[in-house]
Design a protein around this ligand. Structure first.
Ligand SMILES: *Cc1c(COP(=O)(O)O)cnc(C)c1O
Length: 395
């Protein structure tokens, strides 16, 4: 089987690209998948070749056929100039930030950012003399008023972590670019299938690959895809800081990527079914899910995204902690644990009040974030129904 050229590949539909991109069976004795190359040293045939770095591969840290296969496959989905691989999603966030910012710069960060991202900004960026200002995720083109002469980057996450506010990313990108700043976006919720950040004007598109790309809760992984404007600094920073990922983890991420489309369709359908059921339950005061028509971010979601994933939150009617614990502790199908994007359903109670500084969170009751897995919806609903009865009994 011949490897398709980049132009042939780009003419195919997305699912076909997901199957073909990054594969070259002819090169690997017909094996469907690229092999896992374990290696640091790469031998050169001659001194001239060694010192002139004329070989395709020079050192394990700088790439192998395994890492290249993943990069090609992800580029075929994200449409960036190129992509770097990181050992976790948080490492991808930090890499994007540090590649674009220098001492004396100013960065605008959405108030709805993933809380460890905020921590990196508050502790590490400040330590390097980078100023950080948080902004209201709903600010849109109003971001222009927050720009300072030294603003070099606007950081978005849409929808926001825990509370799922949709951002007007094209309006933010337009204002940022007019000012000469770059735009980064954490696109983990939608995955590279349901949102194309570069088409919205984003320069650094971040994925916690740990979630839907890997898809089986068994690997930590992250990626940053860059526009032409962001690529030179991202490439240099990644090389110079020695960032690389072990080949077994890259292989598992690539295997996950191949089936991401069918998995996501099911996460989307199950997530919408459970969210809709929850939105009609008397113990639930709000469901935070931008694909529900009642959600305040629905119009932006519809305009900029082509699908939704299985992650959303609810705000319960006010109740004591014992009621919340009675609800969640005895669920049979929802695990209590961090991360998400695997095949299994999860629940995490949260209070985002400490993680909001530019805005004030007014949920009004205990909050729970759910990840809806690939189980049967009636089983999930029955489990939640029993849990909400336990909640109601202790309110
Ligand atoms: C989980 C997550 C991350 C971090 O990914 P890790 O692989 O756990 O480091 C970053 N952003 C978002 C939105 C996440 O949900």
């Amino acid at each position: 089987m011949k490897k398709p050229s980049a132009s042939v590949l780009s003419a195919y539909g997305e699912n076909t690209r997901l199957v073909l991109a990054g594969r070259d069976p002819e090169r690997f004795d017909g094996f469907v998948n690229p092999p896992v190359y374990h290696g640091s040293t790469i031998l050169s045939p001659t001194v001239k070749d060694l010192l002139g770095r004329t070989g395709r591969y020079t050192y394990g840290r700088r790439g192998s056929p395994t890492s290249e296969a993943f990069q090609e496959a992800l580029c075929a989905l994200e449409d960036g100039v190129n992509v770097v691989l990181c050992p976790s999603g948080l490492s991808a966030v930090t890499t994007a930030l540090l590649s674009a910012l220098s001492a004396g710069d100013h960065v605008l960060v959405t108030d709805s950012a993933y809380s460890p991202t905020r921590h990196v900004c508050d502790v590490e960026l400040k330590r390097f003399g980078i100023e950080v200002t948080y902004y209201d995720p709903l600010i849109g083109s109003g971001i222009a008023a927050l720009m300072r002469p030294n603003t070099r980057l606007v950081y978005c996450e849409s929808p926001g972590s825990l509370t799922f506010e949709m951002q007007d990313v094209p309006a933010i990108a337009e204002a940022a670019h007019r000012h000469g700043a770059l735009v980064a976006m954490d696109n983990t919720w939608a995955s590279p299938l349901y949102c194309k950040p570069h088409a919205l004007g984003v320069d650094l598109s971040i994925q916690a690959g740990t979630k839907y790309i890997v898809g089986h809760s068994d690997v930590m992984f992250g990626t940053v895809s860059a526009s032409a404007a962001a690529w030179p600094n991202l490439k240099r920073f990644t090389y110079e800081t020695g960032l690389c990922v072990g080949p077994d983890d890259i292989y598992l991420a690539l295997r996950g990527l191949r089936t991401m489309s069918v998995r996501l369709k099911q996460h989307e359908a199950n997530g919408l079914a459970v969210a809709t059921w929850l939105s009609q339950h008397p113990q639930v005061s709000r469901v935070l899910h931008p694909a529900l028509p009642s959600d305040p971010g629905h119009a932006l979601w519809k305009r900029d995204f082509s699908g939704s994933s299985g992650l959303f939150s609810i705000v319960l009617q006010p109740g004591p902690r014992e009621a919340l614990e009675a609800f969640l502790d005895h669920l049979k199908l929802f695990g209590l644990g961090y991360s998400w994007g695997g095949y299994e359903s999860l629940a995490v109670p949260f209070d985002c009040t400490p993680y909001r500084t530019a805005t004030t969170w007014t949920g009004g009751g205990p909050c729970v974030r759910f990840h809806i897995g690939l189980e049967d919806v009636p089983d999930l609903v029955a489990d939640l129904d029993a849990g909400l009865s336990r909640y109601a009994a202790l309110r």
